[in-house]
Design a binder for this molecule. Structure first.
Ligand SMILES: C[S@@+](CC[C@H](N)C(=O)[O-])C[C@H]1O[C@@H](n2cnc3c(N)ncnc32)[C@H](O)[C@@H]1O
Length: 342
């Protein structure tokens, strides 16, 4: 009884902790400053700030609402909302990048206040724009219109080496039919919390088989950095999103390794959970003309219904029987998640 009364009193005091008369100027300045600074704050800091006064509480609530309504921070065509009927976590905090970036390229990004403030103002360095990722002497196509089999586009000749799209130096524009994976996410998706698997990516509309869904965006890391980050994630018992892709090159006995870490910076692919039966997404390594590194892209491997969870197989190797439990629910579930030595 007493506790209850004390709690109520505290809340009232807190709400009264606004500015006294004659301090309107100060309040306006604080609000202006808060609107600039608060969108940069991490979830926990935003929560503490909101306890200080009513004005900051209102701004924090607004920011939380905007963050939970679109994980992509307006970077994609449709908002990608967080939906949680399990607990009171409104969203998961990370920096959004629609494509692969170099690991040090982006440190901070505002999220949640000015609806007009598109994130390309602080756009991460896209790898396709980076000189480092261009092949010396690469062939570009000079097609003026969309490229297809009938246009004699040289980029399509590369297809025998794997999936290949027109690149940044090609003459064709963004509407070219051979740039399917370069237009961002074109379908409605949502991020839904599950009691056992955490957040997961779901379809928010029907997706026909064979459609490009998204790429796995994140920080590209050297293997040494990936290994040291993995150790930290293991220690902190975090739910990491570090993807290691090994590609066996057709010429000679070479294997190319890519480490993409979406734990701190990434796109919504970081929420795709594992399924032991391979799930409903197929992974394709897609190269753009002129780029050394491929991008990891997800295509629907069958028709996917509205609300269905999107999933793929994290791999076949399970290092030990003590791995994390798998709750994919498929009839061939191994009971533990795949794991490999990073
Ligand atoms: C790339 S994250 C996927 C998003 C994650 N669920 C989240 O909340 O951020 C990978 C982590 O998700 C969880 N996860 C993925 N698939 C799972 C599954 N089939 N069963 C249980 N947990 C799963 C594990 O904690 C795993 O380490």
């Amino acid at each position: 009884m007493n506790n209850k009364r004390e709690k109520t009193t505290k809340t009232n005091n807190q709400n009264d902790n606004t500015f006294e008369g004659g301090e309107e100027e100060q309040q306006r300045a604080l609000i202006q400053c808060a609107e600039l600074v608060l969108p940069y704050l991490h979830q926990a800091d935003l929560a503490s700030t909101s306890l200080t006064c009513k004005a900051l509480k209102n701004i924090s609530n607004f920011i939380t609402l905007r963050r939970s309504s679109d994980a992509s921070r307006s970077c994609e065509d449709f908002p990608i909302p967080f939906i949680n009927s399990i607990d009171n976590q409104a969203y998961s905090y990370f920096i959004y990048s629609p494509t692969q970036i170099l690991s040090t390229a982006v440190q901070q990004q505002p999220w949640g206040y000015d609806p007009e403030a598109r994130t390309d103002m602080i756009n991460p360095v896209r790898c396709s724009d980076t000189f480092l990722f261009r092949v010396e002497g690469a062939r570009w196509c000079e097609c003026q219109r969309g490229c297809d089999r009938t246009s004699g586009c040289p980029c399509l000749d590369y297809v025998e080496f794997g999936a290949w799209e027109c690149g940044p130096g090609c003459g064709c524009g963004s509407e070219c039919g051979n740039r399917v994976s370069q237009r961002g996410i074109l379908m409605k998706l949502k991020i839904v919390k599950d009691r056992r698997k955490g957040w997961g990516l779901h379809a928010a509309e029907f997706i026909r088989k064979g459609k490009f869904v998204c790429e796995y965006a994140g920080e590209l890391l050297l293997t040494k950095e990936a290994q040291s980050r993995q150790q930290i994630y293991d220690k902190l018992a975090l739910s990491p999103a570090l993807l290691v892709v090994k590609e066996h090159l057709p010429s000679r006995d070479l294997c190319m390794r890519m480490n993409i870490d979406a734990t701190r910076v990434g796109n919504v692919a970081r929420f795709i959970n594992h399924s032991c039966d391979g799930g409903n997404l197929a992974t394709t390594l897609l190269r753009s003309s002129g780029s050394v590194l491929p991008r990891v892209c997800f295509f629907s491997s069958r028709d996917i219904q509205n609300d269905e969870e999107l999933s793929f197989s994290y791999g076949d190797t399970r290092l030990n029987n003590q791995g994390l439990p798998c709750f994919c629910g498929s009839s061939c579930c191994f009971g533990i998640l795949p794991s490999e030595n990073t």
